[in-house]
Every structure is written in structure tokens, then in C-alpha cells.
Design a protein around this ligand. Structure first.
Ligand code: SF4
Ligand code: SF4
Ligand code: FES
Length: 237
């Protein structure tokens, strides 16, 4: 069902249930994101994509990547409040990860010269969870997860030992926006700082390159089909 909403004064026709982020994109309005990726289910953790919404005469802040647009909604993507929250998020992340180029660029674009918050530790993981969700939702393996709370939160394998289920596909390396997961051709397993993620040696292929009868390959293909199907139904493509 189609519906009309207003974003930054612009009338936009959307499918009911489309997220505000997608609706803004349709209207050509840019909203910054960190934990969002089109191939994955919205996660809503970084809160960088906050916007203000007016509905039933009530004004509130919501995360646009997972908030469904509804008929008659008014959305404001660039208010003082929204800009203030985004700046604070970037400053907090910079305190945790001061050397990440992506954050430095965002800070520059937002006019942040020096973060107000004290540096916590030199780290490059912004805890967006993209690697964890890609490994789980797309690769279908779930070799890594986010563990601990607060400043100790981190990406790790269970018990921090190299995982037996990691297939060394390198997807986590590819999707990580800060480059903190590395994979060298020699090791054939991703590495997050000092932690080796996988345990398997993929050479030579244990199934003699018989992909049609390889359970790992078949699981991966099945998962990809499911993900592509979900992606298509989410975006109507
Ligand atoms: S390399 Fe291992 S941890 Fe990374 S996405 Fe692939 S299976 Fe998951
Ligand atoms: S390792 Fe990279 S992708 Fe994974 S949570 Fe940290 S920043 Fe995000
Ligand atoms: S992009 Fe929406 S909460 Fe991270």
C-alpha cells in the first residue's frame, strides 16, 4: 500500500512500512549511518541515523534505519537536536577509535575539531556489528559475536579461541568499515588484532573441489539464495 510522508518539507510517496532511511534515500536526502548495510537486517545500534518524527502531534527521535514510515508522518533529518546527537556519537566513537579514517572524515564533515571526551583506548572497532551479522546472516556460519558490555564490548569468537566453524571466506574483512579485521593470504583466516578467528585450513580443498557435493558450499549457496530473496522482498526489487 502506498502512502505519503513529508521529509524535510518534501512530499514523498512510499510503500507503507518502508523505513525512514529508505524513504529519505528516495527523496535524495542523505542520512549518515554506521551499522546499516542494505544486505543485512536493520540493527539500530549506532544511532547515527537518528531523525525527528512528528506523528499524532507528538515529536520524538527515532533511528531511521529501522523505523517504519507511516502515512502522514513528518520527518526532519537535519534539526539542531539531530545534529547534536550525531556529533556526540561521533565524538564518543572518536574517543574509542581516534585513528579510524572514516570517523575522522565524519568528524570533519560535522565540524568537530577535537572530541570533548577523554580517549578510552586505542582501538579500531566501532562495534557496528556488520562483521558479526554478515557472518551470521549471509555466510550462515556465525563464527563471531559481540561479547561483554560497556567499554569492554568487543567482537570475538566464543571463548576467544580460533573458531572451528569459520570458513575463512573473508567476508568480515571485506565488510568492516574500519579495516580492523585483517586477512593475509598466508594465514587464510581473518585476524582481529591479535585474535585469530578461524582454525580451518582451506588448502587443499577437503572435498577435492567437488562443489556440487560439498556441504559447506551448498549451505553457503542456500543461504545466499535466502538472503537475496529477503533483500528483494525488503526493497521490492
Ligand atoms: S571469515 Fe570466518 S568469521 Fe569472517 S565472515 Fe567468513 S566465516 Fe565469518
Ligand atoms: S570489527 Fe569492524 S565490522 Fe566488526 S564490529 Fe568492529 S568495526 Fe564493525
Ligand atoms: S544506522 Fe541506524 S542505528 Fe546505526
Amino acid at each position: 500500500m502506498k502512502a505519503l510522508i513529508i521529509i524535510d518539507g518534501q512530499m514523498v510517496e512510499i510503500d507503507q512500512g518502508t523505513t525512514l532511511l529508505q524513504a529519505a534515500k528516495k527523496a535524495g536526502i542523505f542520512i549518515p549511518t554506521l551499522c546499516y548495510h542494505e544486505a543485512l537486517k536493520p540493527y539500530g545500534s549506532c544511532r547515527l541515523c537518528m531523525v525527528e518524527v512528528v506523528q499524532n502531534k507528538q515529536r520524538r527521535l527515532v533511528t531511521s534505519c529501522n523505523f517504519p514510515a507511516e502515512r502522514g508522518m513528518e520527518v526532519y533529518t537535519d534539526t539542531e537536536k539531530v545534529r547534536g546527537i550525531r556529533r556526540m556519537i561521533v565524538e564518543l566513537l572518536l574517543a574509542r577509535c581516534p585513528d579510524v579514517p572514516l570517523l575522522k572524515t565524519m568528524a570533519r564533515q560535522m565540524g568537530i575539531e577535537a572530541p570533548r571526551f577523554k580517549k578510552i583506548e586505542a582501538n579500531e572497532c566501532i562495534l557496528c556489528g556488520l562483521c558479526v551479522r554478515f557472518c551470521e546472516e549471509v555466510v550462515g556460519v556465525g563464527a563471531i559475536g559481540l561479547s561483554n558490555r560497556g567499554i569492554n564490548r568487543e567482537v570475538a569468537t566464543p571463548f576467544k579461541v580460533a573458531s572451528d566453524v569459520c570458513i575463512g571466506c573473508g567476508s568480515c574483512t571485506y565488510i568492516c568499515p574500519t579495516g580492523c579485521i585483517e586477512m593475509t593470504p598466508d594465514e587464510k583466516t581473518p585476524r582481529l588484532r591479535t585474535m585469530k578467528m578461524g582454525n580451518r585450513s582451506l588448502e587443499p580443498c577437503p572435498n577435492n573441489y567437488e562443489c556440487d557435493s560439498c556441504p559447506t558450499e551448498q549451505d553457503f549457496l542456500k543461504n545466499m539464495k535466502r538472503v537475496i530473496g529477503e533483500f528483494r522482498s525488503r526493497y521490492g526489487t
